[in-house]
Every structure is written in structure tokens, then in C-alpha cells.
Write a protein of this length. Structure first.
Length: 456
């Protein structure tokens, strides 16, 4: 997923400062980017990571100024993995959609290379007080009790030949369990990956002691032991009971025997997962500093867009995805089964996220916005404003057409490289400095769907 940042909060004002060595183009450590001014002096320095689809980024901040940033591009900097977009070349399934896998070792190498670039750019890593990050979802990393891979290549996207398995899983779970675990199931969801793995490779499934997502896997790498999983990331697996924020025993038992005990503990986003392993002292970090649990990408994105409060929606336009996220004032379920439920940052349930994936028969961006608005009607809510983040070229009249479709004004948001790693670092700052208690976890939901409607 693309990285975005709220232009009103994360100002892109650059101020050169003297001193330090000349970093490489991938390590921006000498320029300081000012963030929204703080009313109080913050003494800590915090490091945030983002494991994206095409690049890995890190940001160092004290809550008021971006002190350093570094970026690793998979295709350019880690060509040995042949994963420029984060996955290996896909194999086409029976339904024509390519299944994709990735080598999780690339994530650990990207993490280390990012830290090396920060160190080489004279970033003050020795003054970091806490570390956290955010990672993409829809994946499955399998480890045994000793931390070795029981499946070297991890699935991220299944081909659409598994659509029948998704529908069968929904029928077996029943509407009550489906509602409590997030709604409609897609081929990319972790429970489908796990069910297929247990059926096709029972020996390796039996050897697996822990299933991780990218975020909980990288957090485990930092602390040197198995890390818990943030509630928002856990909710993307369709195995979490959203009302209670623990694994749904009925869903786990239906997917595979013993699965409940193979999943990491779901915890709030403010939880300290552990303490930094001494292995990372080589980069200048102090061993033993807190490592906060890593979160999922979707809710970190909402946080970075400042679109978590009711009345403020977020519209993301990407060449392959269009998504509308609408904060809700109360927990409710989509009666048409198009969406999915996720946990998030605020004490209120949040947000409807409707997605289009290419190839899509709706090529017009304003037309996509119109369809998204129609899908939003069941909520009975009309947002007061919509924050628009786009990587799709828009004509001048497209903005007005989108406004007309949504019936609300648009607030364009400028993309910022490393935006989600900066958001993660700010989250660590907020939690460790106890400045934003409103960002404690509770039920907060995202309604989504992977559908390609035949719109005429």
C-alpha cells in the first residue's frame, strides 16, 4: 500500500542543519522536517519502521522534528530476492489470477540495511528511547518452536481458484462467527492461507509453533523472541473476536486443529512487546530499550491521515485500489456483506473501507467514487469532510465530480515518503510520553471489500 501523510499535520518544511556526514540518497539524515509544533517539550527520540510492498522505510523523530529517514527499495537494494514489489513472480491459478509468495528473509535484511543506512548517515541511534513499526497484511509466516521457518516461502495472495474455499469457510463458520470476526472472507485472508497449509502440508503444519504476520514477525526479530500481535493486525486475520479482542475459539477450531495455540497473543497498540535484542547494538541502538508492538498498515494509515474521528472520511486512489474509509459512531455490520471489520485507534468503532482492485471494469475515477458513495449509503451517515490521498492523475474537473459523488468537500493530502514509518514513530512518542490517552485501543472498525462490480 502506498504511504501517505496528512499535509496539515506533517508539514514538509525542510531546514538544513550543519554537521554530520553526507548521507547516500537513500538515507536522508541531515535535513530536519518540522512537524506540528508541540505545546510541551518532548525529551525522547523514537524510531519507527514501515514494511511496505515495494520499500522499507525508517524515521527518527523527537515528536516535533524528523531527525533522520532511510529507505530501502527491494528491487534496487535487495535484488537477490527478485521481489521488487515485495513478492515473487506469481503463478496463474485456475481462475486466471496470479498467486503470490514472498521470502520473509527479505524483511529482516531490509530492516538491517535500513538501520545500517541510518548509522552511516550519523543518525543519533544511540539516543533512541523506543522502537516500533507497521507492516503490510494478508500474509502468513510460519515458525517452529526454535524460530526456524516451517515454510520458507510465505503466501501473501492466493489465486481466485480459492474463492470456493472462502465461501465454504463462511458457511461453516456461520453468520454469527463471521460477523464477530470481521465479515466477508477473501482469498488473501490469513485464515484461508492457514487452512490450505494445514490441509496440503499437515506435517509442516504440525511442526509450526507460531503463525506471524509481517508486523509481528519483524517485532519478534527486534526483541529476539516471539512477539505478540497488535489487535488491529490480528483483526485482519478473520480469526479475532472483535468484541472481546481475543482469538475466536470456534473459528480457530474450524480452520485447523490446535490453531488457537499457534497464534500470537493479541494486545493493544500501546503494549511494550519486549526489549531490544543486543544483536542490534552494532547499529548504535541501546540494547534493552522498549520495543512497542508493531501495528497493521490500515489503521496506521488512518492515523497518519488524521481520519479516525466520526465525520472525517478518507478516500485513497491508487492505480490498483480505490478505498473509502468512513468512521462510524457505533458498531454496526454491513447487511450486504461487502465489507470487513477491523480494530483501530479510537474508542469508537470506525470505518468503512471499500476497495477496487485491478483489473476493474470501472476505469473512471469519479465513477469509482460514485460507487463507493453508494456502498456507503447503508450506514445512514454522511461525512462532513473527506481527506483525499491519490497517486492517480486527476483532471481538474475530476475533483468536482468526486465532490458531487460524495456530496462533501475534499481536502487533498500530499503524499510523503516514509509517511507510515513517521506515523509509527509518532505513535511511540505519544504512548511513551503519555500525551494522547485518547489513542488507547477499543473496538474500531473498518469495513472493506475486494470486489470488482460489473458497473455499466
Amino acid at each position: 500500500m502506498a504511504e501517505w501523510s496528512n499535509a496539515a499535520v506533517l508539514k514538509t518544511v525542510e531546514a538544513r542543519v550543519s554537521g554530520g556526514s553526507n548521507p547516500s540518497p537513500s538515507a536522508k539524515t541531515c535535513g530536519k522536517r518540522h512537524i506540528q509544533p508541540q505545546s510541551e517539550l518532548l525529551m525522547g527520540i523514537y524510531l519507527g519502521f514501515h514494511a511496505g510492498y515495494s520499500q522499507f522505510s525508517a524515521t527518527l523523530t523527537d515528536g516535533a522534528v524528523v531527525l533522520a529517514q532511510a529507505i530501502v527499495e527491494y528491487g534496487k537494494d535487495l535484488p537477490q530476492y527478485c521481489q521488487p514489489d515485495g513478492t515473487l513472480p506469481g503463478t496463474t491459478g485456475a481462475a486466471g489470477t496470479a498467486a503470490r509468495e514472498f521470502d520473509p528473509r527479505m524483511w529482516t535484511d531490509a530492516l538491517k540495511l535500513t538501520l545500517q543506512r541510518l548509522r552511516d548517515g550519523d543518525a543519533p541511534l544511540d539516543k533512541v528511547d523506543a522502537v516500533t513499526g507497521t507492516g503490510q497484511g494478508g500474509c502468513m509466516i510460519c515458525l517452529d518452536a526454535a524460530g526456524h521457518f516451517t515454510r520458507l516461502l510465505s503466501p501473501m495472495q492466493a489465486d481466485t481458484s480459492r474463492a470456493g474455499l472462502c465461501r465454504a469457510t463462511e458457511l461453516e463458520m456461520g453468520p454469527d462467527v463471521i460477523a464477530r470476526t470481521g465479515g466477508k472472507i477473501s482469498e488473501d485472508d490469513m485464515l484461508i492461507h492457514i487452512r490450505s497449509f494445514a490441509h496440503e502440508h499437515p506435517f509442516h503444519y504440525a511442526r509450526t509453533a507460531r503463525f506471524h504476520t509481517v508486523s509481528s514477525f519483524l517485532c519478534s526479530e527486534l526483541i529476539g523472541s516471539s512477539a505478540p500481535i497488535a489487535c488491529d493486525d490480528a483483526s485482519r486475520t478473520h480469526l479475532l473476536d472483535l468484541g472481546e479482542c481475543h482469538w475466536n475459539a470456534d473459528a480457530c477450531a474450524m480452520i485447523a486443529a490446535g490453531l488457537y495455540w499457534k497464534l500470537p497473543e493479541p494486545v493493544p497498540h500501546s503494549t511494550v512487546a519486549g526489549y531490544l535484542s543486543p544483536l542490534y547494538a552494532r547499529y548504535g541502538l541501546k540494547s534493552g530499550i522498549p520495543v512497542m508492538v508493531w501495528t497493521g498498515e490500515t489503521c496506521e494509515l488512518l492515523y497518519s491521515l488524521q481520519a479516525t474521528a466520526p465525520g472525517t472520511a478518507a478516500l485513497l486512489l491508487h492505480p490498483t485500489v480505490s478505498m473509502l474509509m468512513l468512521p462510524m459512531d457505533a458498531l454496526r455490520f454491513d447487511p450486504f456483506g461487502q465489507g470487513r471489520l477491523l480494530l483501530g485507534y479510537e474508542r469508537r468503532p470506525v470505518a468503512a473501507a471499500f476497495q477496487f482492485h485491478a483489473p476493474c471494469k470501472v476505469s473512471s475515477t469519479p465513477e469509482r467514487a460514485r460507487i463507493l458513495a453508494l456502498r456507503m449509503n447503508w450506514t445512514g451517515l454522511t461525512p462532513e469532510r473527506v481527506r483525499l490521498a491519490t497517486r492517480v492523475p486527476l483532471a481538474k474537473d475530476d475533483y468536482q465530480k468526486i465532490c458531487d459523488a460524495l456530496r462533501v468537500p475534499l481536502e487533498p493530502v500530499a503524499p510523503l515518503s516514509g509517511g507510515l514509518s513517521l506515523s509509527a514513530a509518532l505513535r511511540a512518542c505519544h504512548v511513551m510520553e503519555a500525551r494522547t490517552p485518547a489513542h488507547s485501543w477499543a473496538s474500531f472498525w473498518t469495513l472493506g471489500g475486494r470486489f470488482e462490480p460489473a458497473v455499466r
